[in-house]
Design a protein around this ligand. Structure first.
Ligand code: NOJ
Ligand code: CA
Length: 566
């Protein structure tokens, strides 16, 4: 069990209660002035990360890519995009982070490569029936001339999940599967080459000092496409059966065999490399990914999907702590990432009717239900930014006192709102272009960070930013917030410093559970209490350590969290 004196950096179980800060490299800091964040930019900001007090950074993909999906379309898994840097820059970045006692986690994208990957180019060039095609999922089309897709499967980004290639002789040919954009062909994980190549990639980065991996679409690698499914893509379509008692695409049992293989590679290193699964699966299946024989940890998106409500938080936390304890894993908490509307904005959106069956849709659907958190940036005119931020600060401070590890997304420490109003012409996300009737896409949370109130692109870089930054970004700049003791940045800094001091065994005991208030105590007397309601309540007894907002005498105001020592 980790104890207060335990050095997070050197302990092999460093990940169990780590604070991991997600960097979206293209939008973090740009040193060479091309408007795109780079690895040197990350290196230059290591003092900032150190002062913030994070234990690890997780880098979204920085590999060579045409950026059809923000870098999740990888051309080469063992190199750096020249627009972002070089392998030498990577080594320098890792060394600088490690010198600051910050671990490094990189994103691994095993479900699909990009269509510019050398294997995919070879597959198209080699033609039907070739061994090269067998590393991906090619099928003949239906209809007289094979002109119709093999099945009616839809891509997660909208449109068909099959794309037709032109054969080497110029004739219209076979179709390949892409669950995401058409530039992201799915690998065939029944092929030994695919297995071997990913093991080589894990070793390549581990040898360069990477401490862990974030596994993209970890639940999707194995497929059974024998039956012609219609339009089915959703993880929660649990009723769909491939004829073998399992869902044809998601969370199939065999996927764990891959991770058992990966685990042997992780354990070749000292300390063993770690992994966290991005697995959008039914809650009762999450533990499979967090077993020590597999990846070891899973993102738990339940808090992200939950309403700002005591009932929802209580249920989610209880369930996840139990599930993690059953497999001996530690749980994870996350409110924001590069795929969802920032939580300071979600919590400020007006109520919407809950979408029936939406994951986490609360009764009133208070702006955080399935539709709002992912599909819509929200009309900025309708966002109550002040309230959103108040609730986000309260929710985050509550979360940071929980056992388990906390994943933060760049900019949330500034209380950044979603940059909802991006002109169509400036948007980049394929989800916007393929699915525009229903999705605004994810660009609004990927806008480059504001570092300074003045200057080009608010200090992001010397010459502009690849996505337009709104003028109100100035108020959230790092220099502005550093100078303001009540800023969100200073709240995060104090919270992370205290969290290290107070680190203790991974347990909690509830001592207040009502419809509007939640309070728990950790084994060493560290307590967190959140008033989810809007009216003040009497301040619980104890030494006040930190609060997410201004405390009134003897009162805990609405939508506020306090940390106490009792
Ligand atoms: C999940 C990633 O977080 C997301 O950004 C990406 O679009 C898909 N996986 C496909 O790789
Ligand atoms: Ca750059």
């Amino acid at each position: 069990m980790p104890l207060a004196s335990h050095d997070v950096f050197t302990a092999p179980d460093w990940w169990r209660q780590a604070v991991v800060y997600q960097i979206y490299p293209r939008s973090f800091a740009d040193v060479n002035g091309d408007g795109i964040g780079d690895l040197k930019g990350i290196t230059s900001r290591v003092p900032y990360l150190q002062e913030l007090g994070v234990d690890a950074v997780w880098l979204s993909p920085f590999y060579p890519s045409a950026l059809a999906d923000g870098g999740y379309d990888v051309d080469d898994y063992r190199d750096v995009d020249p627009r972002i840097g070089t392998l030498d820059d990577f080594d320098e970045m890792v060394a600088t982070l490690h010198a600051a006692h910050i671990k490094v986690v990189v994103d691994i994208v095993p479900n699909h490569s990009s269509d510019r990957h050398e294997w995919f180019k070879a597959a198209v060039a080699a033609g039907k029936g070739s061994p090269e095609r067998d590393r991906y999922i090619f099928r003949d089309g239906k209809g007289e001339d094979g002109q119709l897709p093999p099945t009616a499967l839809r891509s997660i980004f909208g449109g068909d999940a099959w794309h037709r290639v032109t054969e080497p002789d110029g004739s219209p040919g076979q179709w390949y599967l892409h669950l995401f954009a058409k530039e992201q062909p799915d690998f065939n994980w029944d092929h030994p080459d695919v297995h071997a190549d990913f093991l080589a990639t894990l070793r390549f980065w581990s040898d360069r000092g990477v401490d862990g991996f974030r596994v993209d679409v970890a639940h999707g690698l194995k497929k059974n496409l024998d039956r012609p499914f219609d339009a089915m893509i959703r993880v929660d379509d649990g009723v769909v059966d491939a004829g073998d008692g399992q869902h044809p695409l998601w969370d199939r049992d065999e996927v764990q065999d891959i991770y058992a293989e990966w685990r042997t590679v992780f354990n070749e290193y000292d300390p063993p490399r770690t992994a966290v699964a991005e697995a959008w699966v039914q809650p009762h299946r999450q533990a499979r990914y967090s077993s020590p024989a597999g990846l070891g940890q899973t993102f738990n998106f339940d808090l992200l999907r939950a309403d700002f409500s005591a009932d929802d938080f209580h249920e989610v936390i209880d369930r996840n702590l139990k599930a993690a304890a059953e497999v001996g894993g530690s749980t994870t908490w996350v409110f924001s990432n590069h795929d969802v509307v920032r939580h300071a904005t979600r919590y400020g959106l007006p109520p919407v009717p809950a979408r029936a069956g939406a994951p986490g849709a609360g009764e009133a659907g208070r702006g955080n239900d399935g539709k709002q958190w992912l599909l819509e940036g929200g009309d900025p005119a309708e966002v109550d930014a002040e309230r959103g931020l108040r609730r986000a600060r309260a929710a985050t401070l509550f979360m940071l006192a929980l056992p388990g590890s906390a994943y933060l997304y760049q900019g949330e420490e500034l209380g950044l709102q979603e940059a909802g109003q991006i002109p169509d012409a400036a948007r980049q996300d394929p989800a916007f272009f393929r699915n525009r009737e229903i999705e605004i896409g994810r660009d609004g949370c990927r806008v480059p960070l504001p570092w300074t109130r003045e200057g080009s692109s608010f200090g992001f870089g010397p010459d502009g930013a690849h996505l337009p930054q709104p003028s109100w970004y100035a108020d959230y700049a790092v220099d502005v917030e550093s100078a303001d003791p009540a800023s969100t940045l200073n709240l995060y800094r104090r919270a992370l410093a205290l969290r290290h001091e107070l680190e203790c065994a991974e347990a909690l005991e509830w001592w207040e559970v009502s419809t509007s208030v939640l309070g728990f105590a950790r084994p060493n007397g560290w307590c967190a209490v959140t008033n989810f309601g809007t009216d003040p309540i009497p301040l619980p007894e104890g030494e006040v350590l930190l609060a997410s907002g201004q405390l009134a005498a003897g009162e805990l105001p609405g939508e506020t969290t306090v940390w106490l020592r009792r």
